[in-house]
Ligand binder design. Structure first.
Ligand code: NAD
Length: 478
């Protein structure tokens, strides 16, 4: 238990001007849908309705794609690269100016702690636009030939775990390379994308360059299957990613997929154990474990198993779960009832398959969607909790004796998005990084992101890279 109690330190909501209802953002304006359908977005921490949002149907998606095409042909595709840079810089500055408001809005709609939306998500959003503003007029030096051209109109579909950050990962490179976009945010977290639409207006971005259509899977499907799209960028589940890959295979569309993961976080006996424990906690309990690259499988060298698990359990008893807007909160709400049901189901299966479940003493709020930080020990590789993505605050612990065994276990997954290695030995880090089939390998850290660093997966974690020089390729005709 914590040595002393923390007084509540809630961030004020008053900085956010929530509207009762939001339209679609098409051709630079907020508009109604053709058939008047709407849905509600709620706060997962309280189940309070935050706003009513428009559900875009195929006609609306078509209108958005046409607006993006017209903008591509009449303005964005032909303005100078320096002008594109200017707009991206403006957007980055506006994100910084509105950072506190965006962080509160993100925490309200998503359930993530304000500490994370304020210190991680929104600063990274601004960094992504700054970084790509720098590329827009230097594409000829990116290694894709002397005059790389854009693809045209990009259809982009994103998930709910990092709503505004995923938007930035999609929109910033697309615009920097001269494309226009139609983006669909996830149905449970549309609000920061709609605030971003206002930022596009504030930045005087030419109408139609960015269009935001809200809705669920059917809206996403209408977008990615629209014949007027030249490029599909999707982040989400492997299951939906496979459907999208099939649909794109029958067309001219270029596509990139960022899908699920089941990352190994590997702790060797010579690691700095206290630091490793912080890395394990950050790896799986950051953002309630709603992280595609979460370190959800902990591999501990047998000789330090007791020490690591003891320290980890002690550390977990100090985590504070509760109000996402409280500045002291470490673990926020699960994003939706459906996701909570999935986490509960897989955790119950873990127990039924013989793994030992442990959570620190922790009171869950009466309303909203909550799941305590949980670790499973005695997990075998065949267990479903060691193979399937839980996408929640649940860690499966396995052990190993030799580096070769660690590599074999780490790679024994259909996914390949990320991995972590904790050791004092540089040579072991380099050897492990070469052996691990993962798009990102962190050494003595975890869940570190930088717009200059390419990010993406192997195997069923998808293909294509986002961020860095490599990420530009996805939006250029190369
Ligand atoms: P999801 O695939 O159900 O939904 C993602 C998005 O796709 C949502 O906007 C949804 O409305 C839309 N969608 C659903 N069905 C569609 C269809 N048939 N056609 C087009 N769009 C459709 O995933 P989710 O549960 O919302 O998100 C969690 C998943 O995202 C996890 O598996 C996670 O690993 C993955 N993810 C991956 C990354 C990455 O970079 N690799 C990042 C974040 C999340």
């Amino acid at each position: 238990m914590p040595k002393f109690e923390y007084a509540p330190a809630p961030e004020s909501r008053s900085i956010v001007d929530l509207k009762e209802s939001y339209g679609l953002f098409i051709d630079g304006k907020f508009t109604d849908t053709a058939d008047g359908r709407t849905f509600k977005t709620i706060s997962p921490a309280t189940e309070e309705v935050l706003a009513e949002v428009t559900e875009a149907g195929p006609q609306d998606v078509d209108r958005a794609v046409r607006a993006a095409r017209t903008a591509y042909e009449n303005s964005w595709g032909s303005i100078s690269p320096g002008q594109r840079s200017k707009y991206l810089f403006r957007i980055a500055r506006l994100v910084q100016e509105r950072a506190r408001e965006l962080a509160v809005l993100e925490s309200l709609d998503n359930g993530k702690p304000i500490r994370e939306s304020r210190d991680v998500d929104i600063p990274l959003v601004a960094a992504h636009f700054f970084y790509h503003a720098g590329w827009a007029d230097k594409l000829e030096y990116a290694g894709y030939g002397p005059d790389p051209s854009p693809l045209g109109v990009a259809g982009q579909v994103i998930p709910w775990n990092f709503p505004m950050l995923m938007l930035a990962w999609k929109i910033a490179p697309a615009l920097a390379c001269g494309n226009t976009v139609v983006l669909k945010p996830a149905e449970t977290t549309p609000l920061t994308a709609l605030a971003f639409a206002e930022i596009c207006q504030q930045a005087d971005l030419p109408p139609g360059v960015v269009n935001i259509v809200t809705g669920a899977g059917e809206t996403g499907r209408a977008l990615v299957e629209h014949p007027g799209i030249d490029k599909v960028a999707f982040t989400g589940s492997t299951e939906v990613g496979k459907q999208i890959a099939k649909a794109c295979a029958r067309s001219h569309k270029k596509n990139t997929l960022e899908l699920g993961g089941k990352a190994a976080n590997i702790v060797f006996e010579d690691a700095a154990i206290d630091q490793a424990v912080e890395g394990i906690v950050n790896g799986i309990f950051f953002n309630q474990g709603h992280v595609c690259c979460a370190g959800s499988r902990l591999l501990v060298q047998e000789s330090v198993y007791d020490e690591v698990i003891g320290a980890l359990k002690r550390r977990l008893t100090t985590l504070r779960l509760g109000d996402p807007l409280d500045k002291n909160t470490d673990v926020g709400a699960i994003n939706s009832a459906a996701q909570l049901a999935k986490i509960r189901e897989l955790s119950d299966i873990g127990e039924a398959e013989g793994a030992e479940r442990w959570s620190p003493p922790c009171e869950l709020p009466a309303h909203g969607f909550w799941f305590p930080p949980t670790i499973f020990t005695g997990v075998s590789q065949a267990n479903r909790i060691a193979r399937e993505e839980i996408f929640g605050p649940v860690l499966s612990v396995l052990t190993f004796r030799t580096p070769a065994e660690a590599v074999e276990k780490a790679n024994n997954t259909p996914y390949g998005l990320s991995a972590g290695v904790w050791t004092e030995k540089g040579s072991l880090i380099l050897w492990m990084a070469a052996q691990l089939k993962a798009g990102v390998v962190w050494a003595n850290t975890f869940n570190r992101f930088d717009p200059a660093s390419p990010y993406g997966g192997y195997k069923e974690s998808g293909y294509g890279r986002e961020g860095g020089r490599h990420g530009l390729e996805a939006y250029l005709d190369v």
